[in-house]
Design a binder for this molecule. Sequence first.
Ligand code: NAP
Length: 251
Amino acid sequence: MLDMFSLTGQRALVTGARSGIGQAIAVGLAEAGADLVLLGRESTMDETVAAVRAVGRDADTFGADLGDPAAVADVARRILDRHQIDILVNNAGVILRGRAERFAFAEWRTVSSVNLDAVFLLSQACGAEMLQRGAGKVITVASVLSFQGGLNVSAYAATKHAVTGLTKSLANEWASRGVQVNALAPGYVETNNTRPLIEDEQRYASIRDRIPAGRWASPRDMVGAAIFLASRASDYVNGHVLVVDGGWMAR
Ligand code: NAP
């Protein structure tokens, strides 16, 4: 029965795999049997590469600024020229904080480009080939801020809401053609993304105290859900937003 979670013979592309959730998911997928393509801002992701190879899987790396649509299209082509991508994990994301009335439009555009435009472009490029084969998994990384507005994160919350809309839209188009598209929505995870909240003792504690599980997540907490969404076990799951938040949204 556990065989349905095996990723042996599959190759997964994980964006933003140098650190945090992307690194944990990449290593987790490798532990489940997948070979990896790791995409980062820079192609050097030594720690992630070493961890993937330590479990006996292959890791190839590519670098691109996902905030630049031309660079995204170019790197997608280079990756697909070299590899068949069976699983795409659109993990890379950026959060820029600031009060909406003073938030620079350039920053809005940066967040939109990385969190939304790149997700569409990579899903389109990889999805087109998956559709030709009649099989594939696309996972987007949403957030609890796909449901809530947050504080001082207007661009981030807007893009994370949009990511779930895009996920459902792609799922509707591709479900009957063998490609499952779903979102993983983490709660509060200790990574670079949340560093300012972690360093603010009061804010860190107030968030922790609102989480029914009583603790922040570690990136490793996201791995089980990612393997599920990447594997045959989720073949009849389409357009779902799988919240992994220690109960934050239930409260
Ligand atoms: P992280 O450690 O900062 O990871 C973000 C990754 O995205 C990094 O690897 C980063 O690359 C990459 N990235 C950012 N801008 C990029 C660009 N222009 N081009 C290429 N790569 C870029 O933070 P994280 O928490 O693991 O974030 C991963 C995903 O989870 C994001 O989509 C985030 O929105 C989402 N998320 C996080 C939380 C949380 O509580 N931490 C909660 C909900 C959702 P570099 O390493 O090169 O900077």
